[in-house]
Each structure stands twice: as C-alpha cells, then as structure tokens.
Design a protein. Structure first.
Length: 318
C-alpha cells in the first residue's frame, strides 16, 4: 500500500515542483538543496510506481498519473489547512464541544443563555443533560460533563462553584385561592392546604423544609411530584399550593399567582460547578465568559448576573 510510504514532505516537494515547474526553484522555496529535491522526487515516483512528469524541450510536463497525483495533493493540503484552522478555532474556543449537565429547574434558565451564545459562536456544539439533583451529582462524580448547574452546590473537595444568578423561591397558588390577594400571609394560614412538593433531596425541597422548620410549622397534607411542570399543572387545577423557583413561572399566561407569604421569597442562587481536578475545554471557558457579560442583557429586568470569573481564572492558571 503506497500510503505506508507517502509522507507530507514528499507530497509538499511534488506540489511545489508542479507549481514552479523547476527543481531549482522548488529547492529554493523549500530551503533544500537541489540534489535533495531530486532524490525525494525519485523516491516519490518509485513509491507511486508511475512516471509523474518529464521535461520536454526544457518544459515541465505532467503525465496522466502525475496530474492525478497533483489534484490529490491539492485536496490533501486543503484538508490539512482546514484541519489546522479547526485546531486554531478549538484553541481559541471558537469551535468544539461543550457538555453541560443541569438539574431540572435550570432548564428554564440555561437555554435562554445558550441560544444567544450559539448564535455568536455557531461552531460550538452543546450537549445538555437534564436530571434531578441525584442524577446530576452522579454525572459530576463520574466527570461526564464540562459544567454542571445546581441551585444548591455540592460541598465536595474536587468541586469549584460560582453563583451566576439569583434564584428566588416563592409560594405559588391558583389565582382563585382565597388568600391570593392578601398583602401579608403567615405561613400558618396555609398549613391546611395540600402542599405539592418536589422529591426529597431537591434543592427546592431542602429550602422548603428548612423554611418550615425555622417557622415551627408542619403542613397537614403534602404530595410529592416529580417535576416543576407537574406541580404547576397541579396548582393550576386546584390540587394545592407549592414552592417553586420564580424562574419557572409565566404569570402573564397562566392562572397562577405568587402568595405574599411572610419570610418569602427565599433567596437562593444558580451555580456553575466544575471539577477542579479535570481539564476544562476552551469552549466551557468561552461560555462562562459570555455568561459573565451577557446575563443581564439576555434575561432582562429584574435579573442581574453574578459571575465574577472565579472558575475561568482557576482554569486559566493551571
């Protein structure tokens, strides 16, 4: 198989010869001696097994095989140039892949940032994995992704976390709820309602349980649902009330309302998390830098970005 013996150097000598039509000029351009060029051209013809060119009346002429090889060389070096350009883009974070795993509620936030980011950097392909807190923690431990999004970051030695957006937790009810228009509601006034809640271990559930404990309050009825959408549908249908991230609500196009409960909203934050013992691709650093400067512009009022570049600085200096 001739590909075992062909080298880029041999092909570069040949394509330069075809373009210049002169062994001496080929040697000059490639900073080689003329004997070296002649030896390499002889080796190339022996490898191919065909005569590639001739000099007729001091004029350089390609054979049919020589012309076929020249056309192939052009394609090969065009592909090589494209590959080199792709490497430059990868090194600059302009192209490549980015893998992000996030807890369920973050799906109401991240796509709003990813969309404008991909418009600006169309060469970057992003894969999103969505799961509950336990599932995303498992992915983090296995190092399956570049970035992770939590609203309650894990306290792990190999984790580096940085908040990027406030995540207010509010009490939501059907707009027909008897207390929907009250300006101040004590949590004890709601204890006879059925509370629709996320699973144990979710950040929202942990914050809710902590809030009730601090208030010394115990609900009479609680029902666990597996997703924010299920809770929203349940509240809309009058099944009960529930605590949700303000980011999941679209109060202008639903029959949901936020109850004015004393002590709420609970102030939580969205965090980007990365493993500090793993390589961080340039695409991830590019995305973090984008979020640092664009959260307010993309999400609008009243949201304010909180990234200060902690994760980016960490990986830029290792």
């Amino acid at each position: 198989m001739i590909e075992r013996y062909l080298t880029f150097r041999l092909l570069r000598v040949y394509i330069t010869l075809v373009q210049t039509g002169s062994i001496s000029e080929t040697a000059r351009q490639l900073h080689l001696t003329q004997p070296t060029v002649s030896i390499q051209l002889k080796k190339l013809q022996e490898t191919v097994g065909h005569r590639l060119y001739s000099f007729q009346q001091q004029r350089f002429v390609l054979t049919e095989a020589g012309n076929a090889l020249y056309l192939s060389c052009q394609k090969i070096f065009a592909c090589l140039d494209e590959f080199t350009s792709q490497l430059d883009d990868i090194d600059a974070g302009q192209s490549g892949h980015l893998k992000i795993a996030m807890v369920n509620t973050a799906q109401y936030i991240l796509p709003k940032l990813i969309g404008p980011f991909q418009i600006r950097f169309p060469g970057i392909e992003i894969t999103l994995e969505i799961g509950n807190r336990e599932q995303v923690l498992q992915r983090f431990e296995q190092g399956l992704d570049d970035l992770y999004v939590f609203s309650h970051p894990p306290s792990l030695e190999h984790a580096i976390a940085e908040p990027f957006l406030v995540n207010p937790l509010v009490m939501v009810a059907n707009s027909a709820h008897p207390l929907a228009h009250n300006e101040r509601i004590d949590i004890r006034e709601l204890l006879e309602n059925r509370f629709l809640l996320r699973e144990q271990g979710s950040a929202t559930r942990m914050m809710f349980d902590s809030f009730l404990q601090n208030q010394g309050a115990t609900p009479s009825h609680m029902q666990q649902l597996s997703s924010n959408e299920a809770i929203k549908v349940g509240i809309s249908a009058g099944m009960g009330i529930g605590m949700l991230s303000q980011h999941v609500l679209d109060l202008h196009n639903s029959n949901l309302t936020v109850l004015s409960v004393e002590g709420l909203p609970l102030v939580n934050h969205w965090y980007f998390i990365a493993r500090n013992d793993r390589y961080m691709p340039k695409t991830a650093l590019k995305f973090l830098s984008f979020c640092q400067t664009s959260v307010e512009q993309v999400l609008g009022e009243p949201w304010r970005g909180e990234l200060e570049g902690l994760i980016v600085r960490h990986f830029e200096h290792i």
